[in-house]
Design a binder for this molecule. Structure first.
Ligand SMILES: [Zn+2]
Ligand SMILES: [Zn+2]
Length: 66
């Protein structure tokens, strides 16, 4: 099964996950490290809330400010 970057269409190898690409945590598409973005999201913890940093693709970025 071919894996391609969900943003630029570059071909990726399954064994290179974490090295050349990561999976978008929102849409689950593979995204190469050139196109990946990291966002902080609030998580509700047992005792207190905390920020988790997750990889997301361009499409799932929060709306950009101009
Ligand atoms: Zn890409
Ligand atoms: Zn995505």
């Amino acid at each position: 099964m071919d894996i391609v970057c969900g943003t630029c269409g570059r071909e990726l190898r399954a064994e290179d996950e974490e090295k050349t690409w990561r999976e978008c945590r929102i849409c689950k598409k593979p995204v190469c490290l050139d196109d990946i973005h990291y966002i902080g999201v609030w998580r509700r913890g047992l005792y207190r809330d905390y920020v988790e940093v997750i990889p997301v693709c361009e499409n799932d970025m929060p709306r950009k400010r101009r």
